[in-house]
Unconditional design. Structure first.
Length: 184
C-alpha cells in the first residue's frame, strides 16, 4: 500500500513539474514573438478624456534627455533607445513629419533591474522605470507625466536592448492612447 501511494505521489509531482516546464516553454515561445513589454502609469494625465485626442496636433515625436537618476543603468539602454523609439512609433502608426509640430519625450530613470540567478531558475523579471514627461517642444509646457516601464518576463527577452525596446513601447503606447487611430 505504501509503495502504491509513493508511486501515486511521484506521478502527481512529475505531472506537475512537466506541466510547469511546458507552460514555461510556451511563455518563452510567445515572448520571442512579442518582445519586451511596455506599459505606463499616468501621474498627471494628458487630458481628462483620451477620446478628445489632445495630441492630434503633433506630427513629430522626439526623444529628449533621459537622465539616469538611478545611477546604475547600463549605458547601452540609452544608446539603443532612439532606434527602438522610431520602431515603436512606426508600429503604432504615429506620424514622423520633419516639419510638423513636435512633442518632446523626456524623463529620469528611477529604477533599472536585471534578473539574477534566481530569476534564471524561476523565470526572469527585468525592468526599467522612467518618470516621463510629454512636453510641447515650442512652449516647453509639460502636457502629462507618467511612469513608463519597459519589462521582460522571458529568458529570450533578457538584456539591456530589450529594456530599451520595452521602454520605447511604453512611450509610444502612451502617445498613441491620446492620438487618433490612423488607417494605412
Amino acid at each position: 500500500m505504501r509503495r502504491a501511494t509513493a508511486w501515486l505521489v511521484l506521478a502527481m509531482m512529475s505531472t506537475s513539474v512537466l506541466s510547469g516546464c511546458i507552460s514555461r516553454l510556451a511563455k518563452e515561445g510567445l515572448g520571442a514573438g512579442t518582445g519586451a513589454k511596455g506599459v505606463y502609469a499616468e501621474i498627471q494625465p494628458v487630458a481628462p478624456s483620451k477620446e478628445s485626442y489632445p495630441l492630434s496636433q503633433y506630427r513629430r515625436f522626439e526623444l529628449g534627455d533621459i537622465a539616469d537618476d538611478y545611477g546604475r543603468t547600463p549605458g547601452g539602454v540609452l544608446a539603443a533607445l532612439p532606434g527602438e523609439f522610431v520602431k515603436a512609433l512606426a508600429d503604432k502608426k504615429l506620424p514622423n513629419e520633419p516639419a510638423g509640430k513636435a512633442l518632446l519625450i523626456r524623463g529620469k530613470i528611477l529604477h533599472f533591474e536585471l534578473s539574477g540567478l534566481m530569476g534564471q531558475a524561476f523565470g526572469p523579471y527585468e525592468e526599467i522605470i522612467v518618470r516621463t514627461e510629454l512636453v510641447d517642444k515650442d512652449t516647453n509646457r509639460v502636457l502629462g507625466t507618467a511612469n513608463c516601464i519597459g519589462r521582460t518576463k522571458e529568458s529570450v527577452n533578457q538584456g539591456i536592448e530589450k529594456k530599451a525596446e520595452g521602454l520605447a513601447k511604453a512611450f509610444a503606447g502612451w502617445i498613441s492612447d491620446y492620438y487618433p487611430k490612423r488607417e494605412e
